[in-house]
Design a protein around this ligand. Structure first.
Ligand code: OOB
Length: 537
């Protein structure tokens, strides 16, 4: 165990190495290897540029030298909040050239999340676009920097404005040899967890484990040099980065096309133009994509695999995709913490349409247990626990939380599943205190903490309610502190002012005179769920 993250016990690590899951290749060497193998092939494409593997490596080297000149060093953490552009990958590999650690954040995060993540990671630099989706990230970065002394540099892709550094200046640094002492078992990247506590957690992933994650997923998807992957969801998301995503495709010698936004008409043009073979979306986008696919003028015939994951895809929608899209559907059930399940391309339509897949590695260990932690019979519902060669053994700098989030080295996913004799899992619900709103995870305690600081709120509880479009919508139960109850608009405006990302909104507010509580005085969320179910019929 290091101070920051919990490593795998040596016996397990030795087993994973011996079996060839962990190949001892840090990301800097990975980039060298794929550049050697695929140098002149196209690695990355976005709306502005096309880069070969060689150009990607050269740019990464230049940016690494520029960062080194600023004093960024091996082991330093750097916040990355970039949209789907080639600069994301260039920066990512530049950090690995240096032995520094990217901290993945989402484009939607605002000052509450960013200040917390900057403090938790003690990041030395923060990389942003100038303006994206009509939001000026330079203002956000000024605020974050004012609160976090460790943050020495803000680097801007685009116009840096006053006082910040331009990414383009790093790109024009003369390349020089670079060596770093990264070991394959070192921390390689910090991913963001969906969260079930007051503050977001970071998931430490090592070079060995994260590269295996990408390679195992690439094998299941049959990727090779001819694969062209369209990144639609944010690249910082583990699904898009490594399942198989950007890293899986680069490992196979294919091409990654980065979509600026998920709009189907724009994405379908990219699919036609770049002859995209595989892409990944979430259930929220699925009906919109399906409608457009049926009506589309674009030629989607190159598309072989459509991955859908991040939230439960209804069996009904899955059937429509199987019938209507003209390519193979792959259901993907994954998590930043590790375990990745996928339906196989040759699974029957029934299995593809009704399950969330099976683990990608034969070394993934899965247990399905009841509330007492006892295994349930096959086919029965229980909580999914897992451990394996790419599933974390502890969150980053979270000793207290780790004490309850793991049992016997198994990660408690908080997902309720049924396991079929074939090993496929069906996700039926969740026991964790989280709302999955259109694939975006909202930690209920995090939002409740903010709500309870509102002067007109005495008690607050956030719950998911089924929603035909979002999958789940967020419902806040509020006990007001005085006669003047806050409205939904008041509270949403307040949460925005607190600096929370817009997806952590309240879809509905219900007022209560009293909060139901358990015998030990905790909010009784079961009772609140019953209230929701009753009221919704
Ligand atoms: C992915 O990662 P996260 O970390 O944003 O969220 C993980 C959680 C899971 O524990 C589960 O509750 C839910 O998201 N989830 C699904 C699901 N995929 C994820 N629930 C039902 N059905 C599915 N297919 O969401 C993620 C990471 C890598 C690949 C794909 C998704």
């Amino acid at each position: 165990m290091t101070a920051d993250f919990v490593a795998w016990p040596e016996a397990d690590a030795a087993r994973y190495r011996a079996a060839g899951y962990w190949r001892g290749e840090p990301f800097a060497r990975f980039l060298q290897r794929v550049t050697g193998e695929f140098g002149e092939r196209t690695a990355l494409v976005d709306d502005r540029v096309r880069l070969t593997y060689r150009e990607l490596a050269e740019r990464a080297r230049r940016v690494a030298c520029g960062l080194r000149a600023l004093g960024v060093a091996a082991g330093d953490r750097v916040l990355v909040q970039l949209p789907n552009r080639t600069e994301f990958a260039v920066l990512w590999f530049a950090l690995h050239e240096l032995g520094a650690v990217p901290v993945h954040t989402q484009p939607g995060h605002r000052h509450a999340e960013m200040i917390h993540l900057a403090r938790l990671s003690q990041a030395v630099a923060y990389v942003i676009p100038d303006v994206h989706a009509r939001f000026d990230y330079r203002e956000l970065a000024s605020l974050v920097r004012a609160h976090v002394p460790s943050l020495r540099h803000v680097i801007v892709v685009g116009d840096p404005g006053g006082g910040f550094l331009a990414f383009d200046d790093l790109l024009s640094t003369a390349p020089a040899p670079m060596a770093n002492g990264s070991r394959p078992g070192d921390l390689a990247v910090l991913l963001l967890s969906g969260g079930t506590t007051g503050q977001p957690k970071l998931v430490p992933r090592t070079h060995d484990d994260y590269l295996y994650n990408a390679r195992a997923a690439a094998e299941v998807c049959g990727l090779d040099e001819d694969s062209v992957y369209l990144a639609v969801l944010p690249v910082a998301f583990n699904f898009t980065m490594s399942c198989p995503g950007v890293l899986g495709v680069l490992g196979a010698g294919g091409t990654v096309v980065l979509a600026d936004n998920p709009d189907p008409s724009y994405c379908f043009d990219l699919i036609e133009r770049e002859r995209v073979t595989i892409t990944a979306i979430n259930p929220l986008l699925t009906p919109v994509w399906l409608d457009e696919a049926i009506a589309a003028a674009a030629d989607l015939s190159s598309l072989e695999v459509l991955q859908i994951g991040g939230a439960r895809l209804s069996d009904d929608l899955a059937r429509q995709v199987v019938e209507g899209f003209g390519c193979t559907l792959q259901q993907v059930f994954g998590m930043a913490e590790g375990l990745l399940c996928m339906t196989r391309l040759d699974d029957s339509p029934e299995v593809i349409g009704t399950t969330q897949g099976k683990p990608v590695s034969e070394a993934d260990e899965v247990r399905v247990v009841d509330e007492c932690g006892v295994g349930v019979p096959e086919g029965c519902v229980g909580e999914l626990l897992t451990k394996g060669p790419y599933t974390l053994r502890g969150y980053y700098r979270a000793t207290e939380h780790n004490a309850t989030a793991f049992v016997d080295g198994f990660y408690r996913t908080g997902d309720l599943v049924r396991r079929l004799p074939s090993g496929h899992l069906v996700v039926v619900g969740r026991s964790k205190d989280q709302i999955n709103r259109a694939g975006e995870k909202i930690s209920a305690p995090e939002v409740e903490g903010h709500l309870q600081a509102h002067p007109a709120v005495r008690l607050a509880a956030l719950l998911p309610a089924p929603d035909p479009v979002l999958g789940e919508r967020s419902v806040a139960f509020i006990v007001p502190s005085g006669a003047c109850a806050p409205t939904r608009e008041d509270l949403v405006t307040y949460l925005t002012a607190c600096g929370l990302a817009a997806y952590k909104t309240l879809d509905e507010v219900r007022l209560l005179n009293e909060m139901p509580s358990t015998p030990v005085g905790k909010t009784d969320k079961r009772e609140l769920s019953r209230l929701l179910a009753g009221a919704d019929g």
